[in-house]
Design a protein around this ligand. Structure first.
Ligand code: ADP
Length: 816
């Protein structure tokens, strides 16, 4: 039977019973005792007197049939032990209501307790005594007898009467089952405990045994002592057991999972160590360590923002763990290279010396006074308020008018680097913002690519061809651009590849476009638009003399003494070899001349050369453009219109012809819908006014009419050719030619009114260059003339008209 209690104490290991922590206990301590004497379950062997000594205990309840270890320290308790004969004297154990009470009186104790015999007394070195008690039976306190030298009381034994019912049996089976399950799950309880459990047949003993060994709070323990009905006790225990079993199962599951993950990490660690060992054997490890060390250094050197650095270090850590041969290795490697090479904190010092900037702008560009002034104002504001959000500039104008070179000059005058990307044809948001790293071969977008290339975070960044951005199913690049150009947002511009914000607020963006209209309005709003219209022949001549020729000479290694290009030659190039609003082709032709002369000089054929008008054909070939004016006019049915295209103003020769038919109107040429409609309108105005205009109405039934708008690679559209189409048709119908030196522009209404048009300056420039003398313009455009420089319209006769009658008067020979 000693074994029984050995087992029992084992059974009450930490998980089972935690009601007595040594630091809290004074009198009581429960532990396993191997030296117990055999114990007889027959508690009635001991005769219980009516008055017995009471030992107050704290933190625990001793149940009948169990053996408990108690530590005794208080004087009155020691006095009681002195009067106690081991194995003979019966004492009463009563639990304190409050474990903190140091000198408990009867009022501080519960009134139901357990009689017990002291099995053993062990004197401890510090004067305290340890005792082993064996609980015998329940009693109730009846009368307090004495409090000195120890508590004495009259008691009444409480007898448990067990009536074996089916329900009680079932309850016992169920509780036993749960307890067995608990033993199986608790690694600290030996398997034999379940054998022990099977041996306790009496339900009351079973309840007491389990109550002693389950973890519960004191009031609950006491309640299980007070309750005499074993069925009720077993019910309570079954609930406690179920609860503890659940906790145990859960913790078992968690432990299992933890173990699993530890196993996995250990396995990985082990494999990695092996891999390292293999790599070292193969001599790879050193190279790799060196590579990783270098990357680490690069990360630190790049001085990136904290969050980015953390991410980079995380990736580096990942890199460290994957074999160099895996595809992911190179993905992470490329990413880290990108991150390290971005100019996170490299920037040029701004030089905002306005006088110097002005010098540079003047040195690089002829005239453009208004534009230079705008740029200088812009720089001045930057100087006074460097952190302020200045507007983004956008240069609008035809090709070759100096948009790019102005951008370069701005960069030079501020001491910044210059980068340029063309947005023409960009349809994919990823072009701007990059692809996510999950894509194979992903890269950052153009913005970050250029910044890395230029190696500075504050360059002048030119976005060319903003009017040619497209949008399709791959997303709208303009929305990404909006973010780039928004000073409120672009300090946290997030590229998909980088997946970390990059501050673009110090970049100075400049947009360029041929037209303002196609630029999405939201983008236009973000920018300060500066228009650069085309140059007149005179301006081109000046630019050529002062800028283009000296520049080309220098580029071709020629000195002024080597080559002189006469003004007449330059004028011929402008008139007959180029047709443009800017000076790009002019510069190209000058470059061609310089090349030819450089060859001659290098071959020592010649020492110096002067190029006149007649030399051009041998170098540049036959002339490319001829004035069509003389060819075209003089015939009824031809009228000269003025068009505005992306390359500047242009003459538009509109031809009409009649052929037998039924009065249909046909239109051909590279023209758009709006122009077609305005031809219809012109035709209707003529029909409606035929009589007044002296036109034979019968013609309309016998002829078909055809309007053709020839020439020009550039498609044309817009209503402004209405007047010219009208004139061309009237000229045909009346058999009167238009005056050769007259050009016209204007939209017409069905009532014959002439409405204003756009692109006035470009159109007048083109007219003047083509040798037109008189231009017919809508009266309502008169106010726009004030914006045009007087030189541009010098020598042009401007006729402002209100309606179609005015037009005919000015355009047709012999009309009054
Ligand atoms: P864009 O970008 O408008 O198409 P560019 O800036 O490429 O035009 O200009 C073409 C060439 O013409 C450049 O070499 C530029 O220096 C020159 N150029 C244009 N306008 C002027 C000017 N006003 N003065 C001097 N050179 C000019």
């Amino acid at each position: 039977m000693a074994n029984y209690f050995d087992r029992l104490r084992l059974f009450s290991g930490d998980e089972w019973m935690d009601q007595m922590r040594p630091d809290e206990t004074d009198e009581i301590e429960a532990y396993m005792d191997d030296d117990d004497e055999p114990f007889h379950d027959d508690d009635l062997d001991l005769k219980v007197p009516e008055v017995i000594g009471i030992l107050p205990i704290r933190n625990t309840v001793v149940y009948p049939g169990t053996v408990t270890h108690l530590a005794v320290g208080r004087e009155r308790s020691k006095a009681l032990l002195k009067n106690t004969e081991p194995n003979e004297t019966v004492i009463g154990l009563l639990t304190q209501r409050n474990p903190d009470t140091d000198r408990p009186e009867f009022g501080d104790l519960y009134s139901v307790g357990t009689t017990a015999s002291v099995l053993k007394t062990i004197k401890m070195p510090q004067g305290s005594i340890n005792i082993v008690v064996h609980g015998i039976a329940r009693f109730r306190l009846v009368e307090r007898v004495a409090t000195r030298p120890y508590l004495k009381a009259r008691i009444k034994m409480l007898h448990v009467r067990t009536k074996m019912t089916k329900q009680l049996q079932a309850l016992a089976v169920s509780v036993r089952h749960s307890a067995n399950r608990m033993i199986a799950l608790s690694p600290n309880i030996p398997e034999e405990a379940s054998v022990l459990l099977e041996n306790i047949e009496d339900p009351s003993s079973l309840a007491d045994f389990l109550a002693a060994n389950l973890s519960m709070d004191l009031p609950q323990r006491q309640a299980l002592l007070v309750e005499l009905d074993p069925g009720k006790r077993l019910e309570t225990i079954s609930v406690v057991l179920a609860h503890q079993l659940e906790v145990l199962e859960l913790s078992h599951k968690i432990q299992g999972r933890v173990r699993e993950s530890i196993d996995k990490t250990q396995r990985e660690y082990f494999l990695q160590e092996q891999l390292k060992a293999i790599q070292t054997e193969l001599g790879q490890q050193d190279a790799r360590t060196e590579e990783l060390r270098e990357l680490h250094e690069n990360i630190a050197k790049a001085k990136m923002p904290k969050s980015v650095e953390e991410e980079a270090l995380r990736e580096l850590d990942r890199l460290n763990k994957i074999p160099a041969a895996s595809p992911e290795y190179s993905v992470i490697r490329t990413y880290l290279d990108w991150v390290c090479e971005l100019p996170w904190s490299v920037q040029t010092q701004d030089q905002l010396d306005i006088a110097r900037a002005e010098r540079i702008l003047n040195r690089d560009h002829y005239d453009l006074t208004k534009i230079k002034k705008r740029i200088l104002e812009f720089l001045a504001v930057r100087k006074l308020n460097p952190t302020g959000k200045s507007p983004i500039l956008c240069f609008i104008g035809p090709p070759g008018v100096g948009k790019t070179s102005l951008g370069k000059s701005i960069a030079r005058s501020m001491g910044r680097k210059f980068v340029r990307i063309s947005l023409g044809g960009i349809r994919d948001e990823a072009d701007i913002r990059g692809h996510r790293r999950t894509y194979i071969g992903a890269l950052p977008g153009r913005i970050l690519q250029e910044l890395r290339k230029c190696g500075s975070r504050n360059p002048v960044f030119m976005l060319d061809e903003m009017d040619k951005i497209g949008a399709d199913f791959r997303g709208d690049p303009s929305s990404a651009l909006l973010e780039v150009l928004d000073p409120e947002q672009n300090n946290t511009f997030t590229d998909h590849y980088l997946d970390q914000p990059f501050d673009l607020s110090t970049v100075m963006f400049i947009g360029t476009a041929n037209y303002a209209e196609p630029i999405p309005p939201a983008l236009q709003d973000r920018m300060g638009i500066i228009e650069l219209p085309g140059y007149t022949t005179q301006e081109k001549l000046n630019i050529a003399k002062k800028y283009l020729v000296p520049r080309q000479l220098k580029e071709h290694g020629l000195k002024e003494v080597h080559l002189t290009i006469k003004e007449e030659a330059l004028a011929t190039i402008i008139a007959s070899y180029t047709r443009e609003a800017g000076v790009r082709n002019l510069e190209r032709n000058i470059a061609a001349i310089c090349r030819a002369v450089a060859t001659e000089i290098a071959r020592r054929d010649k020492r110096r050369r002067t190029i006149g008008k007649k030399d051009l054909a041998s170098i540049l070939g036959p002339t490319q453009f001829e004035s069509e004016l003389a060819l075209r006019s003089g015939i009824p049915g031809v009228a000269t219109g003025l068009a505005y295209t992306p390359v500047g103003g242009e003459l538009l020769f509109i031809e009409s012809a009649a052929m037998p038919g039924k009065g249909h109107l046909q239109l051909t040429g590279q023209i758009g819908n709006v122009m077609k409609e305005s031809a219809q309108a012109a035709f209707s105005v003529i029909k409606a006014n035929a009589k007044r205009l002296d036109i034979d109405v019968k013609q309309f039934g016998r002829f078909d009419y055809h309007i053709h708008v020839p020439a020009g690679a550039v498609p044309k559209d817009g209503p402004s050719a209405g007047v010219a189409m009208f004139t061309s048709l009237v000229s045909l119908l009346l058999h009167k030619p238009t005056r050769p030196e007259v050009a016209m522009t204007g939209e017409i209404t069905l009532r014959g009114l002439v409405l204003p048009i756009g692109g006035l300056k470009e159109k007048l420039l083109a007219a003047k260059e083509a040798g037109i003398k008189k231009v017919i313009l809508p009266a309502r455009n008169r106010k726009d003339i004030a914006d045009i420089r007087p030189e541009t319209i010098k020598g042009l006769d401007l006729v402002f008209v209100e309606n179609t009658d005015d037009v005919l008067k000015a355009a047709l020979d012999g009309m009054t």
